[in-house]
Design a protein around this ligand. Structure first.
Ligand code: ZN
Length: 404
């Protein structure tokens, strides 16, 4: 069997011309659609009121004709149709009761008012996610559901790394067998020690995660914290997967993730998504373009080091962040802002190659479909990365958006 090809796009863009062109030109056999849905049967079960037309994980509307006609067009062309549930862990500042907080007690509405995080352990949210996935299935009967980048925010934001630490999450830490005090001390220690990095460190050529851990101590609490965040995100996945399987065992569920390097810091644990099909039928990491998380993560951590440690200039801070995350040999800019605002083609290509290798190296039975989000990417770069994916032994490829 050849490499499967999918394309994810807004339903409003999926005209008959665009869809048949995707089939003819790229061999797209699965169309992944996102767009507002009409879900009157379950809206009353939502844990919050709609804000700006959104509920956790979904945009709602009374007129879903764009989505329905896009589904008809794709099916008419013989394609499988997946519908997208957006990251239910990013919310609205209006949903105060559900919002997460970091370990200094700050609400995420203060940290990131435009994209505040929702507490992944809120029982009302967990119940809603099961209702949502079943509601989407009942209303539209798709081939499958795509969970769009379910994660705890941007891996480049240091504050997000220490979220959520609300009363519910602290109780959950204990219930899952972790030591809440040890975790709390590990989190605080890591934040403090990051600010104590000495300038000389930036000049060590092979500085890596091992040396960083050596520097801040083999902190079990911090490791437990990262595991706990991933436990929480995976529990959301499990809730949805099981609700769907109870409804119809033939419906597939695919998971869109950040690139492997950035995934752990966003609360995504690849072992869970790749291990077996209790959680997913396809694992789709974004390895190139917006959403991969890698340039933002390197820039975010370089900024943290540059701000916290006196005497480390921007190039040294960038080099240090790159080495910590296994990116020592990629071509870095001199200024941090260039990395997340206008990364060079050379850098994006190097990142994509690295992320593809990591994607394929991990063990597990779940098919993997590396994804390219080519908004803003030069077409020749998209073509090159797509060719590398097709020749790599991956099971599929997902284009995000309409390629030129
Ligand atoms: Zn919480």
């Amino acid at each position: 069997m050849g490499v499967q090809t999918g394309c994810l796009l807004e339903a409003s863009l999926a005209s008959p011309e665009v869809v048949s062109d995707l089939g003819d030109r790229l061999g797209v056999s699965s169309l992944f659609l996102r767009g507002p849905m009409s879900l009157p049967a379950i809206e009353s079960k939502a844990p919050v009121k709609p804000a700006g037309g959104r509920l956790p994980g979904v945009r709602v509307t009374e007129d879903d004709s764009a989505l329905r006609s896009a589904m008809d067009v794709a099916r008419g062309d013989g394609m499988d149709v997946y519908l997208t549930i957006e990251n239910p862990l990013v919310g609205s500042s209006d949903w105060e009761a559900l919002l997460a907080e970091d370990n200094s007690g700050r609400s995420t509405a203060k940290i990131d008012p435009d994209r505040p995080l929702i507490c992944p352990n809120h029982p009302k949210l967990l119940g809603w996610m099961a209702d949502l996935v079943v509601g989407v299935y009942d209303a539209y009967r798709p081939t499958g559901v795509l969970l769009g980048d379910i994660s705890l925010g941007s891996p480049g934001s240091i504050d997000n790394l220490f979220t959520c630490w609300c009363d519910l999450c602290r109780a959950r830490v204990g219930e899952l067998g972790y030591d809440p005090d040890q975790v709390r001390i590990g989190m605080q220690g890591a934040r403090t020690k990051l600010a104590d990095i000495r300038p000389e460190v930036a000049g060590i050529p092979d500085f890596g995660l091992g040396l960083l851990l050596d520097g801040i101590g083999f902190d079990i609490g911090l490791m437990d914290w990262f595991n706990f965040r991933a436990d929480s995100v995976s529990a959301c996945l499990y809730e949805m997967r099981q609700a769907l399987a109870n409804k119809d065992t033939t419906v597939r569920m695919a998971i869109l993730n950040k690139g492997p390097t950035a995934a752990m810091l966003a609360g995504q644990r690849r072992e869970d998504a790749l291990r077996d099909t209790t959680l997913a039928d396809a694992y789709i990491p974004i390895i190139c373009g917006r959403g991969s998380g890698v340039p933002e993560m390197l820039a975010g951590h370089a900024r943290q080091v540059h701000d916290a440690a006196e005497g480390i200039d921007e190039p040294s801070a960038l080099a240090l962040a790159a080495r910590i995350h296994g990116y020592a040999d990629v071509p870095l800019p001199d200024r941090i802002a260039e990395l997340d605002e206008s990364p060079t083609e050379e850098l994006l290509r190097a990142c994509a190659q690295r992320e593809l290798a990591y994607t394929l190296a991990a063990p597990g039975d779940v098919p993997r479909w590396p994804a390219i989000d080519f908004e803003g990417l030069p077409p020749n770069l998209v073509g090159d990365v797509a060719n590398e994916i097709k020749q790599s032994g991956a099971d599929g490829i997902l284009y995000i958006g309409v390629p030129q």
